[in-house]
Write a new protein. Structure first.
Length: 74
């Protein structure tokens, strides 16, 4: 997570990124679980937008739960 925060496209300073890592430790596991709803008010706006685009919200901020709620037509 530290590398993700300190390298492009986020480029956060090392000391700032270190403070944020603990709050983001479950980020990848949440994505893997599907339909993740992220809320990271503690991180800078630019970084928050980056992480939230991986969540299950549409442009209006409403949940779009498609990962774990799918219908297969056979």
């Amino acid at each position: 997570m530290l590398k993700l925060l300190t390298q492009p496209p986020l480029n956060l300073p090392q000391n700032e990124a270190e403070k944020l890592c603990s709050g983001l430790r479950d980020f990848w596991a949440d994505i893997a679980s599907g339909d993740a709803l992220f809320d990271f008010p503690q991180i800078p706006r630019r970084a928050r937008r980056y992480f939230e685009k991986y969540g299950a919200l549409n442009a209006d901020g409403k949940p779009v739960l498609i990962d774990n709620n799918t219908t297969l037509l056979l």
